[in-house]
Design a protein around this ligand. Sequence first.
Ligand code: HEC
Ligand code: HEC
Length: 599
Amino acid sequence: MNLHKASHRHAQNGAARCPNRSAALYAFLLVVAPAGSFAQRGGGGGGVPGAGANTPIASLKTAAPPAPAVDRYVKDPAALIALGKTLFWDMQAGSDGRTACATCHFHAGADHRIQNQISGPGATVNNVLSAQDFPFRLFSNTGNNRTTLVRDSRFAAGSMGVVERAFAGIETGAEVDRFAVTAFVSPFQANGIHTRQVTGRNSPSVINAVFNVRNFWDGRASRIFNGATPAGDADGTLNAWVYRNGSIEQEPVRIENASLASQAVGPVLNSVEMSWAGRDWPELGRKLLNLAPLGRQKVAADDSVLGGMANPEGNGLLPQFSYAAMIQAAFRAEYWSAPAPDSGPLQMERNFALFWGLAIQAYETTLAANDSRVDQFLEGRTDALSALEQQGLTEFRTGGSQCTTCHNGPELSAAGFTNFLRRNGVTNSDADAGFFRLGVTPADSDPGTFKTPGLRNVEFTGPYFHDGSQATLNQVLDFYGRNGDFPGGTALGNVRLGAGDRNAIVAFLRALSDDRVRYQRAPFDHPSLCVPNGHAETSPGQLALDGNQTGSVALDKWALVPETGRGGAGVPLQTFEELLNGVGNDGSRANTMNLACAP
Ligand code: HEC
Ligand code: HEC
């Protein structure tokens, strides 16, 4: 179990620290499953859990998501984390050479940009969201979902990815992929000028995603990692290429409790998020293996993972830390040491999806924010919360709010591992509990149920809900107070919340922030990043053309997200609400999107 240390880093000083996995599970069952509690099962199938099914709220340090068994592939867990952090933040991974995973997950693990961030019915290209746009669905009486609608916007606040292009290969040593000039079909254009496409849903945070049994809003990133796609067991391809006794052959991959790996192999080939359409894994591998990792970004000399590898003079890492060297350090030789074939991809390129998924999963496993003041309070530090915040905790737990029907357990989510293991015990089967329809959108616009979010650091992860329709926590509480926007057929029905309750609960929600996230300290420190921040306009509504690009493509505006080291930034992160209102542009907040960047 040499991965134990790495994959339990999140459990830092918590009760979950333990010599091996079965002991972890055992200790964990003692914490959450006192005698008799298995008699109180229920809550499967996506409905409201039955009475008694709720797991008590506790410090997140008591949560112990099981470590995925990766020893077969992984040689050095620390090297795996370093590779994962580098891949996650590297802008060169995107087909445009400028889009990293972090591009949509740079701010408390999420994205609070406001320009060119909307998609769906009625979305205007390059729109700048303002405070007046929220909530997207506005009732004349915000406490009553039967009153007249003042506004009913049906677009979603998502995240901008790449311009629509058809992939046509890579050029060795170039960070921008080649593309074929084809007819554009995406709606992301105005007057024939094409903009970056925008996702249909809001970006959830990668921080604490390790506690989710299944990731994505609808849980489609399987708990089982198959080595190449998010689909788990539904994809039976033999995805790993193994070199043994002088010959190379394909073998299946099946790793349990590895939804983060299943998730991570999705966006990088997705033609909205990061890729020209039609790129494949060996091509992405070949491209990155020929580039200097983080070649256009700065890494802090005291970065908690990459500091010792950072290039103090220039960009990225020291020359000896190539992607090939990092893969060789992290993974067992059977998965990369085959001699180069006469033609076709190298073994290392063929296994690139496997490496990518496992490395990013290992990095994201370190992103555990389990030391908020609420966590400290629940560990017995009674002075950690103010009287109002304590009242909020009480209102959240009890009475008419119903919050803990769904936001329960140490993860504050019925979709977390604590609930999952408690419900399933040793059978460990996939159940659907923790996913609900609240009436955020009409049933026909985005059908299905949505994962209950864990709420830590929620102060910084606006806009809220899967469609990003609420800008503030007060607006979210108004939503619950009126039992949702589309009553009927939803999991909400009888929430009772007075104004005082709402204020107290909002204070409690703000106390769920971990200061290490607020100040971007280790393990939430990171390399620098240039993020696209909408497109330039020649006059209002007139997109400026990017003269350096083939085809009619809109000129990007860029904003710098500066690197931080172990000690973090001097000022706290800006909230979405603050960005909307221009609060913090004087330098009193971090990530205000007004620092210039030339990628
Ligand atoms: C263009 C923006 C964009 C990029 C780039 C992007 N993501 Fe995301 N990410 C999203 C959106 C939007 C969702 C929600 C999608 C859904 O649930 O349908 C999401 C969901 C996730 C989740 C699930 C969290 C949860 O609570 O369910 C994780 C983890 C994640 N992304 C990690 C990554 C990784 C790793 C990469 C790079 C391989 C990446 N993202 C690239 C926008 C992006
Ligand atoms: C029936 C289950 C259920 C109940 C009850 C419930 N929630 Fe939620 N909560 C969810 C789900 C599911 C989502 C995501 C919904 C979506 O986006 O469609 C959510 C989203 C949220 C969000 C937005 C988080 C984000 O990152 O976008 C907040 C804040 C929140 N809930 C707080 C509360 C509070 C406070 C209460 C009690 C007043 C409460 N919830 C009651 C299930 C529930």
